[in-house]
Design a protein around this ligand. Structure first.
Ligand code: C2E
Ligand code: MG
Ligand code: MG
Ligand code: MG
Length: 278
């Protein structure tokens, strides 16, 4: 009993430390939001036949005042836990919509057709969220279909307010994607009950192409997607081999380092997409 007691003490001290670290990080996030330590980068979503950009995904970046770059995987869960994701997410939404309006002025019809923004469960369950989205769109003179909201299966699993918010956004004309599809609380039934326009097929399934030379899930998901009249986007494409394989399966859209890495908004104006996607 003494031994396990000792272990318990060590273990709980470790937990305390971790909770404290998360709390500190959460407080830093709060300060950083008012200090302007966040910025947004944009990654092209391209047509596989010609490598041309059709849309972009907005991805938030944080430069911690002392620690420098911290990845979203390291801080998004903290922001979700302490609720700051609501404010941070709204800031990303505003920034991304303003950027799209700027691109339209600067690039005309070479501007991305829409900007994709990741939306957390916590944001979806804020009662005013669909109204905030509408306000941000009209502030920037954007039509609702200029925005795509990326939600995860897990965020809307179990129904309730989160699904209602997705339905409200969809009714307003905002596009909806299921992000990281196949990795969360997957249920194909979800595709019938939730209004979805785009399936983002998770990188882990795309990786199978180069790991085993064949990829059962990406093959199955393009059929599901086509059968339901959805648009499929393959995520995390890193090699020419993966791009060619996906194209042969019938995928039309992809996103990944092979085509373009996430970059600041300005870069899109100065450097056109160059990969040929073949
Ligand atoms: P996600 O929404 O699935 O975004 C795609 C992630 O894959 C991004 O990571 C992107 O940089 C990365 N990626 C794209 N192509 C490749 C590739 O070819 N290879 C590899 N290895 N990675 C690739 P990032 O920016 O680190 O974001 C990670 C996750 O954090 C996102 O996954 C999303 O779930 C979350 N996130 C990022 N920005 C936001 C935001 O503004 N709001 C919310 N709620 N979540 C965000
Ligand atoms: Mg995403
Ligand atoms: Mg994704
Ligand atoms: Mg993913």
């Amino acid at each position: 009993a003494k031994e396990s007691g000792g272990q318990l003490v060590v273990y709980s001290a470790e937990l305390d430390e971790r909770a404290e670290a998360a709390e500190r990080l959460g407080a830093d996030l709060r300060h950083s939001l008012s200090d302007g330590d966040f910025h947004v980068v944009y990654q092209p979503i391209v047509g596989l036949s010609d490598g041309r950009m059709v849309a972009v995904e907005a991805l938030v970046r944080w430069t911690h005042p002392l620690r420098g770059f911290v990845s979203p995987a390291g801080f998004i869960p903290v922001a979700e836990d302490n609720g700051l994701i609501v404010e941070l997410g709204e800031w990303v939404l505003r920034t991304a919509c303003a950027q799209l309006a700027t691109w339209r002025r600067e690039l005309g019809d070479r501007a991305p057709a829409y900007v994709s923004v990741n939306v957390s469960a916590r944001q979806l369950s804020e009662p005013g969220f669909p109204a905030v989205v509408s306000a941000v769109l009209s502030e920037n003179s954007l039509e609702p279909s200029a925005l795509l909201a990326e939600v995860t299966e897990t965020a809307i699993f179990g129904g309730g307010v989160a699904i209602e918010a997705v339905e409200a956004l969809h009714r307003a004309g905002v596009l909806i994607a299921l992000d990281d599809f196949g990795t969360g609380h997957s249920s194909l039934g979800l595709l019938r009950t939730v209004p979805v326009d785009v399936l983002k097929v998770d990188k882990s399934f795309v990786d199978e192409i180069t790991e085993g030379g064949r990829a059962v899930i990406v093959d199955a998901l393009i059929h599901v997607s086509n059968g339901l009249g959805l648009r499929a986007v393959a995520e995390g494409v890193e090699t020419a081999e993966q791009a060619a394989y996906l194209r042969a399966l019938g995928y039309e859209y992809a996103q990944g380092y092979y085509f373009a890495k996430p970059a600041p908004g300005l870069d899109l104006v100065s450097t056109p997409s160059h990969a040929d996607g073949a």
